[in-house]
Design a binder for this molecule. Sequence first.
Ligand code: GLP
Length: 262
Amino acid sequence: MEIVVLPSLDEAAELAATRLVRRAELRPGLVLGLATGSSPLPLYRALQRRVEQGLDLSGAQGFALDEYVGLPPGDPRSYAATIDREVTRPLRLDPARVHVPHGAAQDLEQAAEDFERAIADAGGVDVQLLGIGTQGHLGFNEPGSSLGSRTRLKTLTRQTREDNARFFASVEDVPRHCLTQGLGTILDARALVLFAAGPGKAAAVAAALEGPVSSSCPASVLQLHRFATVYLDEAAASGLARAEFYADTFAHQPAWQRERAF
Ligand code: GLP
């Protein structure tokens, strides 16, 4: 695992965008796993600047991590609408190649299965972008999620509903259920890239990166992946016991390794 701590996520996003563009140039049909939330936004903006300068991502595919259940199709608070607004349009992706779990489906089990099949049909996710919840969730895999789970219906914790209440009139309006890629689905991606910022994420980040691998902290599954990169600002990294070592590693990373990394 590579842990990169920079003063702000804007700087991290520039580095991650440079690395991602190199990957996209090598593989024009790049399959991106897309995350909502505020943490990946600097990366999307950094990629948008490159698209405006001529980068063509129209051959890429996108798969969102999760979606609320119970919002009407087209609801601006849905993740389908959010991904369209924050990612598909600014990065000029082909909307037909961007997939979000169908949280308004009648048959949610079928919708989850269809989503897994679509990922498999695309040849799997190349780079999965991730944020982390204050209780360590990945996607909407709340504490207690099976480490081998696939896309399925989940119940949101009160904490997650409170964290996301800022997008709704009140916490009671935040849906109780969601469809989310499972932790097993996420681990199948060829590379994982997680962004976290702010003191509110410090405890979850420390538990995920330096605590035991446990369903009590779903993001700890990053420790099982061969190619996981974590970009943190200093506040999000403030709970890490080995922060000095990570800084030293990054400062002295051999050029060939930095070239290949994410
Ligand atoms: C939501 C999303 C997660 C995201 C999390 C953190 O709960 N389902 O995928 O990681 O928010 O959001 P933020 O990046 O805004 O802190």
